[in-house]
Structures are given as structure tokens and as C-alpha cells.
Design a protein around this ligand. Structure first.
Ligand SMILES: *Cc1c(COP(=O)(O)O)cnc(C)c1O
Length: 376
């Protein structure tokens, strides 16, 4: 059996171990410490955010943002339906209810026109959502300016789920910049990783300060342990921040490699009918975290599941596009505006191996299987 090709495995820069050694030498084998401070500073500087707090996961970052915004029992939060559950499970942690919005065809992200409609309907009902949470899917930014424009008349804050889009840009700004807060993830499959971790970034000093406070068990300033509210244990460890600093130095290279890989797949499969690639909206530059194709069975001659299974047989990992949240059993009964675009993307979409250390031979292995299934 040839070696397994994973969907998006970690790719070390070579600088991580030295930074981890430094953390060991300083004896900061603890949550918090100088590596965490440096990681937050370097992150905020690189992406143009005023402030950032390093956390145990992207899900934790979203949870703290929603808690800061006062999301609570009985509230609604509007979110992309085509996303990973970590984007919306924090809505339920707060006892609130998600309302899902379909994707647009240009970017596969939250459709701003549907958002305009839904907000209008909410206003008529006299019940505005507490927040809007658009995802930057597969490393492509949502149309944030139009989303902000839709929310502005109602004063509804936007939290950008940029967990998949680190290194991507939107109208010249970094992913998430311009939203009230932005959420990032360093899970093992993301474009850079700390093995597990997240970051909440914002230009609002008070928001980040409060998130930092809540992430450390909400300890009031006192020499003993004093608590006037309930917090969480959500901080990033100093060791993992050392890995993050090493990874951050490689990010620009990783974005280039992901985009090159996307181009290589597209070129090698361009002649196959019934196979399309995820579009890149003119409003930004995607990081191409995953290369995603759409398979039209009628013209391709097989469906995405046939390709996935054929790849699996060759020890190659591929995955269907996220199953929309409005189709998840756990969200049965939640409202959804639109549904056809995301359902079609789920039915036809397949994520191909997108590791940045993939060789030309690795790409040829994947391409060979897809061409064989197509009978080309
Ligand atoms: C990875 C991811 C998250 C957060 O993931 P964690 O594993 O909690 O760091 C959130 N939203 C999306 C869209 C993601 O892909």
C-alpha cells in the first residue's frame, strides 16, 4: 500500500522545535507565558488587528466573542449554513438559537442578499438577531463589506469565522479585518497549526481584554482567588504558542503552496467534463486551504462519492464538502433562509488532498484516480 495522502496534514517550518526548546529552557511549561505574549503580538501585527488573545481552540474564540456580545437564552444568531459545527455550536453554549443562511454561487459563502432579506424579516417581527457569524469557507473570504452594510442599519455586530482563511485577503485587508471580532483556528488540519488552538482578534481593546479575563476563569484582581462571574479555562499553553510562532513564519509560503497546488489540480483535470473548481470571487485572494471540486454526475459519468471511494482504495483521503447545518439532526427545527445552493454544493462537492508538502508525484496519484473514474 502506498503511503496515505491526508486531506490537510500539519507541515512544520523547522523553526518550531527551537522555539519550543526556548520555552522549556525558560521553564514556562504552563498556560500563559512569554511565548503566548509574543505569539499574540506577532499575530496582531501581521494581520493588522489592534489586539488578539490566544486560546485553546477556534470554537473557544467564537464562544468568548458571542458571550462578550451578550448572546443569551432566547436570542438568535444568523450564521452560514455551509460551515463546520465549531462555528455555531457556541451559539447553543449560550442558550441561543442559530438561524441559517444559504451560500451564494460566486463565493460559496453567506449570501448577502439573503442576509438583507432575513434582517428585514427579523425587524418586521420586532426581534433582531444578537449577531451575524459568516464563515470564510475553505479559505475564501465572505463578502464582508456587503454583510456589514446589511447589518449596519440594525446595529447588529458581525463576528467573522475566519478559521479556514488565515492568510487570505478581502479588498486588501486580512481575513476577518473589519468585523467586530474575528475567529481563527490552529487545529491540526488548518493552514498553520499549534496541534490545537485558536485566536480571537479585534480592534476593540475592551472586547479582547474581557475575552482574556473570561478565558482565565474570570479571576478578579486580588491576591487570593476572587470571582464575581463564571469564566472558562480557554487559554493557550506557552509550549503551543512556541509552535504557533514557528508556524506563523511559514504562513506566506504555505498560502503560495496551497494556491500552486490548486493550480496544478486544475491544469491536470481541465479537460474533464462535469468537473468544476471552487470559484474565486473578485473581492479577494483565497488561501485555497482545501482544493474543492464539484462533480456533475450526468456529464462526469460518476458522482463525488464514487471518486471519494476510489481515492480511499488507493489510501488517499478526500472528504465531501461540509454537510449544511440546516440538514444536521442536531439543528432540526432551526430556521433557514434559502437552502438550494449549499445543498447542491454538499451533494456535488469533494475536498481533495491539499497538504502543502505534497509532491508532483502525490498530485499525479490523485489525478490518476480521478481520471480513471472518469474513464478518461
Ligand atoms: C476549524 C474551524 C473552526 C474551529 O475549530 P477548532 O477545532 O475549535 O479550533 C471553526 N469554524 C470553522 C469554519 C472551522 O473550519
Amino acid at each position: 500500500m502506498p503511503a496515505r495522502l491526508f486531506l490537510s496534514p500539519p507541515h512544520l517550518s523547522g523553526e518550531e522545535l527551537e522555539l519550543v526548546r526556548e520555552a522549556f529552557a525558560s521553564n514556562y511549561i504552563a498556560p500563559l507565558g512569554p511565548m503566548v505574549d509574543a505569539f499574540e503580538r506577532e499575530f496582531a501585527e501581521k494581520f493588522g488587528f489592534g489586539h488578539a488573545v490566544a486560546l485553546s481552540s477556534g470554537t473557544a474564540a467564537m464562544h468568548l466573542a458571542l458571550r462578550f456580545l451578550g448572546v443569551g437564552p432566547g436570542d438568535e444568531v444568523l450564521a452560514s449554513t455551509l460551515t463546520f459545527i465549531g462555528s455555531v455550536s457556541p451559539v447553543t453554549f449560550q442558550g441561543a438559537t442559530p438561524v441559517f443562511i444559504d451560500s451564494d454561487k460566486a463565493s460559496w459563502n453567506l449570501d448577502p442578499d439573503l442576509l438583507f432579506e432575513e434582517l428585514q424579516a427579523c425587524a418586521v417581527r420586532g426581534r433582531l438577531p444578537k449577531a451575524v457569524v459568516p464563515t470564510d469557507l475553505y479559505g475564501q473570504c465572505a463578502d464582508l463589506d456587503r454583510i456589514l452594510e446589511a447589518c449596519a442599519p440594525y446595529g447588529v455586530p458581525v463576528v467573522s469565522d475566519a478559521a479556514e482563511a488565515l492568510g487570505a485577503s478581502y479588498r486588501g485587508r486580512s481575513a476577518g479585518k473589519g468585523a467586530r471580532a474575528a475567529v481563527f483556528s490552529f487545529n491540526g488540519n488548518k493552514i498553520i497549526t499549534t496541534s490545537g488552538g485558536g485566536m480571537l482578534a479585534s480592534d476593540d481593546a475592551e472586547l479582547i481584554e474581557k475575552a482574556r479575563f473570561l478565558s482565565q476563569q474570570a479571576r478578579d484582581p486580588a491576591p487570593h482567588y476572587e470571582h464575581t462571574e463564571i469564566g472558562y479555562n480557554y487559554r493557550m499553553s506557552n509550549i503551543l504558542a512556541a509552535i504557533g510562532r514557528g508556524q506563523l513564519r511559514a504562513l506566506d509560503e504555505r498560502v503560495k503552496a496551497k494556491r500552486r497546488l490548486f493550480g496544478a489540480y486544475r491544469e491536470a483535470l481541465a479537460d474533464l467534463p462535469g468537473l468544476e473548481f471552487m470559484p474565486e470571487a473578485p473581492h479577494g485572494t483565497a488561501n485555497r486551504w482545501l482544493t474543492v471540486v464539484l462533480v456533475t454526475p450526468e456529464t462526469f459519468g460518476a458522482d463525488r462519492e464514487a471518486i471519494r471511494l476510489a481515492l480511499e482504495e488507493e489510501n488517499i483521503e478526500a472528504r465531501p464538502v461540509w454537510k449544511p447545518m440546516h440538514l444536521q439532526p442536531v439543528f432540526r427545527g432551526c430556521r433557514v433562509r434559502g437552502s438550494t445552493v449549499s445543498e447542491d454544493l454538499f451533494r456535488r462537492g469533494l475536498c481533495l488532498p491539499s497538504g502543502t508538502a505534497m509532491t508532483a508525484e502525490d498530485v499525479a496519484r490523485v489525478v490518476g484516480v480521478i481520471r480513471r473514474v472518469a474513464g478518461a
